[in-house]
Design a protein around this ligand. Structure first.
Ligand SMILES: [Zn+2]
Length: 448
């Protein structure tokens, strides 16, 4: 027979078990509730999403978690996100991908694209909705590691690079015309060592009659299995553009400065050089590369009227182009609005197309699981003017402007503070109130 003490102890054990179970149930459901609340870090609500990869161009909600796109749906409950931003009336696009910039600004070398002619990327990218850039050959295999150490590794912008076939990089004619410093093997070896960061080989500014720079660039590109980008330098009868596009370059190689008009892209009769069409048919890419001297209305407009659109829109950003006709990525994209292209079309040529050209198909799109690089753009109506390389003006009635930029899931630029609370709703002694899970600008050091 059990003693009352034993009964009582059994009873206590039973009660303990029930309480324990109850506690566990509360914990589990509580956690589920908490998980529901913190399911997403950042939710962009009600924007017009343009995602060329999926073909979506419609009002959607976009949710981000842990730096990647977590959901893109008609409606996402705001209570499921830590931070919600109302972006109605604005375009939501993949972070812009600009594959022709010069950002090796740290060397102190005068009048050099491996120096003073370059710009520091973070000062020029996020404010234009750009999250990824590819430096177009400012460095070669001899100085790429210095470029990586001083710029690539220190920038918040995702900086990739075309490696110049010239070992010394883009430092003026003395270097860029030196045929003995264009070695395919060391360039290819370095490209393989930094695969994914070095996305291509560049040849540029060559003034001589030889094909050597192009041939060696293609050899390096073939060895490293990456594309070549060509700035075709001086126009020489010994190496005509149609031979470049139909014989020398491989499908997937990139002809930048495609609207410069400096190398017979447009013939004197106003017709596009048939070599441009033949190159396109073979899969050679045509890229804008506006820069300071590669975008003339008298070339662009006939080319577009004849149906020759650019595969990718890139700026050739440097210290000269940014203050002249080019200015920035969105100004350049707006030039194509003025020429009658649609927003969706322009976005495709500034995101998904260039991402694939540099073999980074995880970028330039808003698929679930992709890095959460997002641009929030406003399409403004008004009277605008767009100038070309010669200072000629074209009038436009619309312009794209960057409202907000998100890189790897965190807000890195917010023009009008649309992600921010009104100051007088905050405690009188407020300090930084952002959360580091969505905010790269004002994250509070400690969460409240
Ligand atoms: Zn350039």
């Amino acid at each position: 027979m059990r003693t009352p003490e034993a009964k009582s102890s059994e009873h206590k054990t039973y009660l303990g078990r029930v309480l324990c179970l109850l506690f566990l149930t509360v914990m589990v459901t509580g956690n589920m509730f908490a998980f529901q609340h913190g399911q997403y870090d950042l939710l962009l609500r009600g924007g017009h999403v343009v995602d060329p990869k999926s073909g979506i161009s419609a009002v959607r909600d976009l949710a981000i978690r842990n730096g990647v796109i977590a959901a893109l749906q008609d409606h996402i409950d705001p209570s499921s996100a830590l931070k919600t931003v109302d972006v109605s009336g604005l375009y939501i696009t993949p972070g812009l991908v600009d594959i022709h910039v010069h950002v090796y600004a740290s060397t102190g070398e005068r009048d050099s694209y491996a120096g003073d002619n370059g710009v520091f990327p973070d000062g020029f990218t996020f404010r234009s909705g750009v999250t990824t850039v590819a430096d177009a050959g400012s460095s070669g295999y001899r100085n790429f590691e210095d470029f990586k150490q001083h710029i690539i590794d220190r920038s918040k912008t995702r900086v990739l690079a075309f490696l110049n076939i010239v070992g010394a990089g883009m430092r003026g004619p003395k270097y860029e015309d030196n045929l003995s410093d264009m070695e395919p093997k060391p360039a290819a070896e370095l490209a393989k060592r930094y695969a994914g960061v070095i996305v291509g080989i560049k040849t540029a500014h060559y003034s001589g009659p030889e094909w050597t720079p192009v041939e060696h660039a293609v050899e390096a590109g073939t060895l490293a299995n990456i594309p070549v980008m060509v700035d075709f330098g001086a126009n020489r009868p010994e190496r005509p553009i149609q031979i470049l596009l139909t014989e020398k370059l491989r499908p997937g190689d990139i002809y930048t400065h495609c609207y410069s008009g400096l190398r017979d892209e447009l013939l004197p009769d106003g017709q596009l050089n048939p070599g441009m069409w033949a190159g396109r048919k073979r899969g050679v890419i045509s890229d804008v590369g506006h820069g300071g001297g590669s975008f003339a209305w008298r070339v662009v407009i006939p080319a577009i009227h004849q149906g020759f659109l650019p595969d990718s829109i890139s700026t050739d950003l440097h210290i000269g182009s940014m203050n002249a006709g080019m200015k920035d990525m969105l100004n350049l994209m707006s030039k194509f609005l003025a020429l009658g292209l649609s927003v969706d079309d322009i976005i495709a040529r500034s995101t998904w197309n260039p991402a694939r050209e540099i073999h980074h198909p995880e970028l330039g799109n808003l698929s679930v699981g992709s890095p959460a690089d997002v641009s929030v753009l406003r399409l403004r109506d008004g009277q605008f003017g767009f100038t070309d390389m010669y200072g000629a003006r074209l009038e436009g009635k619309q312009k794209l402007e960057c409202e907000m930029t998100v890189k790897n899931g965190k807000i890195v630029y917010d023009l009008n503070g649309i992600s921010r609370p009104d100051w007088n709703t905050l405690p009188h002694d407020y300090t930084s109130i952002g959360d580091p899970r969505w905010d790269a600008l004002n994250p509070a050091s400690k969460k409240p």
